[in-house]
Design a protein around this ligand. Structure first.
Ligand code: SF4
Length: 455
C-alpha cells in the first residue's frame, strides 16, 4: 500500500511513528467560540491542517481530533469553551484547545485537553497534532519564540470557500491595554500585515465570487505597515479591488482619524458603518478604563461623521458596572446614548478578567445593581434606536441579501450599507442585491418591499 503522508490515522494505540495508509485519513472538527478574529483563525488553522493531509469531519462525533478555539473576553465565553472541551474529552476524543483562553490559562486546561496551543503558536499545530496523536502525550504550547509570524500567512481558502462575504485580517494584537481587557495579554502586541498581501487575498476572494469583505483587527485604526496607515490601506483597497462592499471592525474611537473618516466618505466601496465602542459615557470612568478619550471627544467624533453623512450608521459597545461607576457616571452614559443616536449597540455587564488592571479594583456594585443598570441602558438604547429606525420609513435602501428571515422562511433578510438588518417581503437568494422600500418598523426591525432587482 502507498504511504501518503506522515499522519497517524488509525490504531492510535499502537502507532509510534506518523505514517498512515491511504483511505484512513485523520479527521478534525473545529468548534469556534468568541469573535470574528477567532472565526478567521479557525479558517487559517483548518487550511493548515487540510494542507497537511487531514480531512474536515462534518460533525464532532465523526472526528478523530476536536479543536476548540476558545475566547476569554468574558467569563461566560471562557466557561462554555472549557465545558465543550471537557464534554468531548470524557467521550474519548482527542481534544486540542486553542485561542485566547489557551494562551492565558495553559496548564489549567489540561483536564479537558490533550494539547493546549496559544494564539501565537498556530503554525506549529499540524506538526504538534501529529506528534500528539502518534506519541499519545500531552503538551502545552503557548510561547511564540521562533515561530512563523501569522501576519505573514495568507489564506487561500479554496477548499472551504462558500457564500458571498468573508473576513480578512489586516492586523493582530493590541497595544492599548484598556484596564478591563484581556486581549493584549492573550493576543500580544500589534502587528500589521503588508498591504500587498491583504489586497492579493481580497483579489483571490473576488475571483471566487466574494463581493463583501470585512477587514478585521483588534484595533484596525492603528494599522501601520512600513509607512502605510489605515486610511491609506483603505484607499488602496478601494482603488485596487472591485468589491461591492468593504467593511472593517473594530475601531477605537481615539484612533479613528479625520483622514480615515474622509477616506471612507470619498470612497466607492467602503460602507458608511462606524462601529465605535463607547464603553462608558463618563470621562472619569473612561479614565479608569484607560480608554484615552473623553465624553466630549467621543461626541465630537460622532458629530463629525454625521455632519459628513447624516445617514451614516454608528454602532457601539457599552459596559455597565465598572468598579467605581456611580449613578452620576451612569447618567453620563445615558446622556451620550441620547445625544449620539446609535443605530445598534451591544451591551455588557463588567466582569473581572484575571491579569488585567481592573481585576485589582474594588467592585462597588452588586450583581443585582448592575443588572438594573443594564436594563435601564437597554431601555434608553431601544428608544433612541427606534427613533433612528423611524427615519428609514418610506426610504429606498440597497440591500445585500443574506438568506431567509429567522422567523419566517418565506421572507428574506438583507443588510443595508450601514449594516442594519432589514426583512424583505419575499424569498430571495443569498448574495442577491436589491433596492427595497421600507414600509414599516416592527419592534426595531425595518420591513421592506423590493422595488428593483439589481442583478
Ligand atoms: S482597544 Fe482596549 S478593549 Fe480593544 S482590544 Fe485593545 S485593550 Fe481590548
Amino acid at each position: 500500500m502507498q504511504v501518503l503522508a506522515t499522519v497517524c490515522a488509525f490504531s492510535l494505540d499502537y502507532c509510534t511513528d506518523f505514517q498512515y495508509i491511504e483511505g484512513l485519513t485523520m479527521k478534525f472538527f473545529i468548534r469556534t467560540f468568541g469573535c470574528q478574529m477567532n472565526v478567521y483563525d479557525s479558517e487559517l488553522i483548518s487550511e493548515l491542517l487540510l494542507k497537511e493531509g487531514l480531512k474536515e469531519a462534518p460533525s464532532p462525533g465523526e472526528a478523530d481530533v476536536i479543536l476548540v478555539n476558545t475566547c476569554t473576553v468574558r467569563q461566560k465565553a471562557e466557561e462554555r469553551g472549557h465545558e465543550y472541551a471537557r464534554f468531548w474529552k470524557k467521550r474519548g476524543k482527542k481534544v486540542v484547545m486553542l485561542g485566547c483562553l489557551a494562551q492565558q490559562e495553559k496548564e489549567r486546561l489540561m483536564d479537558a485537553a490533550d494539547l493546549v496551543i496559544g494564539t501565537r503558536s498556530y503554525t506549529l499545530l499540524p506538526k504538534t497534532i501529529r506528534e500528539l496523536l502518534g506519541k499519545r502525550r500531552k503538551a502545552v504550547l503557548t510561547e511564540d519564540s521562533g515561530l512563523i509570524d501569522l501576519t505573514e500567512i495568507s489564506l487561500s481558502r479554496s477548499p472551504r470557500l462558500s457564500g458571498f462575504s468573508e473576513f480578512v485580517t489586516i492586523m493582530r494584537g493590541c497595544d492599548n491595554f484598556c484596564s478591563y481587557c484581556i486581549v493584549p495579554y492573550v493576543r500580544g502586541r500589534e502587528t500589521s500585515r503588508p498591504p500587498e498581501m491583504i489586497i492579493s487575498e481580497i483579489k483571490n476572494l473576488e475571483s471566487r465570487g466574494i463581493i463583501e469583505v470585512t477587514l478585521l483587527g483588534q484595533n484596525v485604526n492603528s494599522y501601520f505597515y512600513k509607512g502605510t496607515d489605515f486610511a491609506e490601506l483603505l484607499d488602496m483597497i478601494d482603488r485596487n479591488t472591485s468589491l461591492y462592499r468593504l467593511r472593517f471592525t473594530t475601531s477605537h474611537p481615539r484612533d479613528m482619524s479625520y483622514k480615515t473618516v474622509k477616506t471612507i466618505m470619498n470612497s466607492r466601496r467602503i460602507t458608511h458603518w462606524f462601529h465605535l465602542p463607547l464603553q462608558a459615557g463618563s470621562t472619569r470612568v473612561l479614565r479608569l478604563m484607560r480608554r484615552g478619550y473623553t465624553k466630549e471627544e467621543y461626541l465630537d467624533l460622532v458629530e463629525t461623521i454625521r455632519k459628513l453623512d447624516p445617514e451614516a450608521s454608528i454602532t457601539t459597545d457599552i459596559m455597565v458596572g465598572f468598579p467605581g461607576e456611580e449613578e452620576v457616571d451612569f447618567l453620563e452614559t445615558l446622556d451620550v446614548v441620547e445625544k449620539a443616536g446609535f443605530d445598534h449597540a451591544y451591551t455588557f455587564v463588567f466582569t473581572k478578567r484575571p491579569h488585567t488592571a481592573a481585576f485589582y479594583l474594588k467592585e462597588t456594585l452588586s450583581p443585582g445593581e448592575k443588572g438594573k443598570r443594564l436594563r435601564r441602558l437597554i431601555d434608553c438604547l431601544n428608544k433612541t434606536i427606534w427613533h433612528r429606525r423611524q427615519r428609514m420609513l418610506g426610504r429606498v435602501y440597497e440591500l445585500l441579501i443574506e438568506g431567509p428571515s429567522r422567523k419566517n422562511k418565506r421572507l428574506s433578510k438583507g443588510r443595508t450599507d450601514g449594516n442594519i438588518t432589514v426583512v424583505v417581503t419575499r424569498e430571495l437568494k443569498p448574495g442577491m442585491r436589491v433596492l427595497a422600500k421600507v414600509r414599516e418598523i416592527k419592534g426595531l426591525t425595518p420591513i421592506a418591499d423590493v422595488v428593483e432587482m439589481l442583478e
